[in-house]
Ligand binder design. Sequence first.
Ligand SMILES: [Zn+2]
Length: 102
Amino acid sequence: MKLIYTHENRLLVNNIQNILENAGVSVTLKNEYAGGASGDLSFLSTWLEVWVLNDEDYDKAIDLIKTSFNSTSISDWICDNCSEANTPSFELCWNCQYENAV
Ligand SMILES: [Zn+2]
């Protein structure tokens, strides 16, 4: 089992789950009920996670996610500060934490 996608926005995570399930990929959610939990949990630990049950589906799942981002015209963005390419799921540059100006 492999973690395929996680995001603080649960709607995005549920969207990915739907895309994968519709394509016949078996997935499971983690942290589904952690959102309302006590403050003992760190913020990161409450992010909803999509896990692919069968490792052999992982590459297919990655392609499906990439395709879904492309089809909704969300593309990589280039950091104004350090010119690194970032995937749409990052709101801050992975390299320098510069905020996406878009
Ligand atoms: Zn940067």
